[in-house]
Ligand binder design. Structure first.
Ligand code: LLP
Length: 421
């Protein structure tokens, strides 16, 4: 459910016409709906009513401060993977005791920052990381609350690039060796064992792998208890898929995910942490772009638009599908097959091939749906294109929440060496 709907053939974000925003901020731009963000958080949280939960928004999926703050105000904590993301979470008023630090490559200085901040939990992904964390905590005279992220060797059934729970993945510690690592951790000064964590991948649309992974975690939890290690926190990660393609079967509802959690862990009495990203922000954002040219060739009919792979990399990087819709349904009639492409100088800068669309002309506006997750955060200035603005809508208001980059900003970090001056 989202708040991007047509009213009299015009696409609206909540109560604001998308064309009106385009007129004011220019294209391309990202547009987020705060009501959709709030709704998604509420729906996710409702599934776990009555349980002790900490729902940490995976900041990597959309780190715009206004997005983080909207979710924080709704009650979210933050799942972060860098010092930069911790700083973003803090800037949005998220309490340190609602921050979980994930990631396989935490540096000593990031650990120091997190320890001084007093975050809720470090999700440790290797023995060398555990050792460095213990050393760093000892140096600061602090204690690091940890989870070991276990790798259950379960295929999440999603794209290989975002599968994280296989033996061959770089993530977590093989669940078959994790007991030894917990035993080791229990003896380390500066470390407090707090949780077990697991995250098997992203955009998971069949929930069976979740169930399998959770059952494995439940067994492991019991094995730890048998060995005298009592754990009262389970961090079940993120990964719930969203419907990118309106025509295909949508993935199950977050409530079905909650049902699995409740069922598998019905005898667990502690706290559950979650790290949802995409399911909260995916459908809460669109990328709006303008058609520059229509270029028919013998083989294809190219729709050349002003957004490109540097603005939204998912189609070229993951072969991801995004629904693409006209902003004005009236000006768009008939059925045409387009290759929708950006101006970047590589063939990979293709958003869709042979996509059936109404007829579009230069100057028409289109929207890429489900662009709220892993959209703006993955943008670059490739081809010296400016980072596009982000806008948030609330009811009948909208505001720019990140300005379009200027050329001065693009160049300001670059320095000509003396010998070239
Ligand atoms: N927790 C951990 C440890 C993660 O690595 C991730 C995502 C999440 C939570 C949030 O997962 P989500 O609920 O959003 O599925 N750029 C890719 C997705 C990368 C996912 C990285 N990890 C894409 O555009 O599909």
């Amino acid at each position: 459910m989202d708040h991007f709907t047509y009213k009299n053939n015009e696409l609206f974000a909540e109560n604001v016409a998308v064309a009106k925003i385009a007129k004011q901020v220019g294209t391309p731009f990202y547009c987020y709906s705060s009501a959709t963000l709030e709704h998604h958080f509420k729906v996710f949280a409702e599934g776990f009513q009555g349980l002790d939960t900490l729902i940490c928004f995976a900041v990597k999926s959309n780190s715009n401060l206004a997005v983080i703050k909207t979710l924080a105000d709704a009650g979210a904590g933050a799942d972060v993977v860098s010092e930069g993301e911790i700083r973003r979470a803090l800037k949005c008023g998220i309490a340190p005791n609602k921050i979980i630090f994930s990631g396989i490559g935490k540096t000593a200085s990031e650990m120091e920052f997190a320890l001084n901040t007093g975050i809720y939990q470090f999700n440790v992904e290797s023995e060398p990381e555990l050792e460095l964390l213990a050393k760093t905590a000892q140096k600061l005279n602090k204690t690091a609350p940890i989870a070991i992220r276990v790798n259950p060797d379960i295929d999440a059934g999603t794209s290989a690039k975002i599968t994280t729970g296989l033996k061959t993945s770089k993530f977590g510690i093989d669940i078959n060796h994790a007991l030894e690592v917990y035993k080791k951790a229990s003896k380390l000064k500066g470390i407090k064992i707090q949780a077990i964590s697991v995250h098997i991948g992203s955009q998971i649309t069949d929930f069976k792998p979740f169930e399998k992974a959770f059952i494995r975690v439940r067994e492991f939890h019991a094995e730890l208890a048998k060995n005298g290690i009592e754990i009262n926190v389970l961090d079940l990660g993120g990964g719930i898929g969203v419907p990118y393609d309106a025509e295909k079967n949508p993935p199950p509802h977050p409530r079905d995910y909650a049902k699995i959690v409740r069922e598998v862990f019905k005898s667990f009495k502690g706290r559950f942490c979650f790290e949802p990203g995409r399911v909260l922000v995916g459908n809460a954002g669109i990328l709006v772009s303008e058609v520059i040219y229509v270029k028919p060739t013998d083989a294809r009919n190219f729709l050349i638009v002003d957004a490109a792979m540097n603005d939204l990399i998912r189609p070229s990087f993951y072969n991801a599908h995004h629904d693409i819709i006209p902003i004005n349904q009236k000006s768009a009639a008939g059925n045409h097959k387009y290759d929708i492409v950006g101006p970047v100088c590589e063939t990979g800068d293709t958003f869709a091939e042979l996509r059936t669309m109404p007829e579009l002309k230069p100057g028409d506006l289109i929207a890429f749906r489900t662009a709220g997750a892993y959209g703006s955060v993955m943008a670059s200035t490739y081809n010296s294109r400016k980072i596009v603005p982000e806008v948030m809508v609330k009811g009948d208001k909208f505001e720019i929440t990140s300005r379009r980059m200027s050329y001065d900003e693009m160049f300001e970090r670059e320095i000509l060496p003396d010998w070239l001056k």
